[in-house]
Design a binder for this molecule. Structure first.
Ligand SMILES: [Zn+2]
Length: 194
């Protein structure tokens, strides 16, 4: 299910690798009532993959399509061996301060201009769409950003440690919108947004 926001086929031939963070024995962050980040990451990633495939014609591979264990090395190797054009890792953040909530996106410290452009576009769409505090477009040394050989970003669209946010993240409509906003940011990045 996806809005036809792009001209069909506008990303024909573009290879996009989507990496839902964590999975299997690693739940990632766990919300106050027990929601697993790994499950939310997978739901958002599936929406993003569907939008890219159905409405832009992009070719999409995911590091996992179920709740299974995939190492960081395997994720990076899969993307590099496939020759992905872009890499998007989907995560949600956590803080000991349960009141805190914000949207953050990351690129590697030494990211090139293309990665930064993708980050800025996705970041803007997520902040506008979700309406949370702007936690800024940031840099980091995360493994999947460091060792991927194509422009790569990592999204932390919100904080699962915030009880109100955790409740929203249980809602399929809310996570659908998050995936859709990431997709719009990628469309902007490629200059094919409606
Ligand atoms: Zn995570």
């Amino acid at each position: 299910m996806c809005f036809p926001a792009l001209a069909k086929g506008s990303l024909e031939g573009v290879k996009i690798f989507i990496d839902p963070g964590h999975g299997g024995p690693d739940p990632g962050a766990v919300g106050p009532s027990g929601l697993h980040e790994a499950d939310v990451n997978l739901r958002v990633s599936r929406v993003l993959a569907n939008c890219l495939r159905e409405y832009s014609g992009a070719t999409v591979v995911m590091s996992r399509t179920d709740n299974v264990d995939v190492s960081l090395g395997e994720r990076v190797t899969a993307a590099n061996n496939w020759g992905a054009d872009r890499f998007i890792s989907v995560h949600h953040n956590a803080s000991v301060n349960r009141d805190y909530n914000a949207t953050e996106t990351y690129v590697y410290y030494y990211a090139d201009r293309t990665a930064i452009d993708m980050q800025e576009n996705v970041h803007r769409r997520l902040v506008e769409g979700l309406g949370l505090r702007d936690g800024q477009a940031r840099t980091a040394g995360f493994y999947v950003l460091r060792y991927t050989s194509m422009p790569a970003i990592l999204t932390e669209a919100s904080y699962i440690s915030n009880p109100y946010e955790e409740a929203r993240l249980k809602d399929m409509g809310y996570t659908w919108r998050e995936g859709y906003y990431i997709y719009l940011g990628i469309a902007d990045h490629f200059g094919v947004a409606p």
